[in-house]
Design a protein. Structure first.
Length: 175
């Protein structure tokens, strides 16, 4: 069951901290946009981060072994959700390291995982993270994002048979 009040509060907090910016921006996907969602600004605010973790926790499937987040933006979200639920987390590097263990996944990487992310646009980064986890034998049961820009992420993830949950759709923030 959705808690409209807490989601409305999260939307308001994102606007209040000016995480939604207007101008000319180039996104990770390479697309140009007239707005940008700066979730790093929001996720470095303890109150907003805690609110995100509580909302994510409400949608977490049962029997999850760990929470995964890709560097950089998803790591604080994975940590906060781990602290909220007591479920371990892992961090996914964008590429394998050339030193140390050479591992792309740091932390738990066995069992059933939920992937968290800050903002989804086309879903490319989400799919890259899912593939990194699957390559390690992980069963990814869900992708959860704070904000979905509604540019195809959910549709791109669907063929993988992975559940998708966005706390907020960009159409709820930007008219």
């Amino acid at each position: 069951m959705e808690d409209k009040n807490s989601l409305d509060l999260l939307k308001q907090k994102l606007m209040d901290c000016e995480a939604v910016k207007f101008g000319k921006f180039t996104l990770t996907s390479g697309k140009e946009s007239s707005f940008y969602v700066d979730m790093k600004l929001a996720s470095t605010n303890p109150g907003i981060l805690k609110l995100i973790a509580k909302e994510f926790a409400r949608h977490l499937p049962k029997n999850v072994d760990f929470i995964a987040g890709m560097e950089l933006g998803a790591v604080p979200l994975a940590v906060a959700l781990s602290l909220e639920t007591g479920i371990p987390y892992s961090m996914i590097r964008k590429s394998e390291r050339k030193h140390g263990t050479g591992s792309r996944i740091e932390g738990v990487s066995v069992g059933k995982a939920v992937l968290v992310d800050d903002v989804a646009t086309t879903g490319g980064s989400n799919i890259e993270s899912v593939k990194a986890l699957v390559d390690e034998g992980v069963d990814v049961s869900m992708v959860m994002v704070v904000v979905d820009r509604e540019e195809g992420a959910q549709e791109k993830i669907a063929p993988f048979g992975i559940n998708y949950k966005a706390l907020i759709r960009i159409s709820d923030l930007v008219n």
